[in-house]
Design a protein around this ligand. Structure first.
Ligand code: SF4
Length: 96
């Protein structure tokens, strides 16, 4: 069986943001999934402090510590990314 051994986050390639029915911006529409709530860092994206109504601008959310940490995880520690990220953005190292 082929395994996915590299993460190619589409959200870091200019893909558009998503949003949840809780009023939060999300890195993509795929993470609007209960599995994100079971991931320690992912669940923090849904903290009330990061809701759209509790921020003046989208940039305030995207530049928050949690979002910066999320971005850093995908870039530098992809093994810590939630399983759903691997489902949607995982690839075999030699694939294109
Ligand atoms: S599934 Fe994860 S890695 Fe893929 S685009 Fe969405 S947030 Fe980024």
């Amino acid at each position: 069986m082929k395994t996915k051994d590299i993460l190619r986050p589409k959200c870091l390639m200019g893909r558009t943001l998503g949003h949840s029915n809780t009023g939060h911006i999300l890195p993509c529409c795929w993470v609007d999934d209960d599995r994100i709530k079971r991931h320690e860092l992912g669940s923090r994206l849904l903290h009330p402090d990061l809701s759209i109504e509790n921020n003046d601008t989208i940039e305030d959310i995207l530049l928050s510590d949690t979002w910066v940490e999320w971005d850093d995880m995908l870039r530098n520690n992809p093994e810590k990314a939630p399983s759903l990220c691997w489902d949607y953005c995982g690839a075999e190292r030699d694939s294109h």
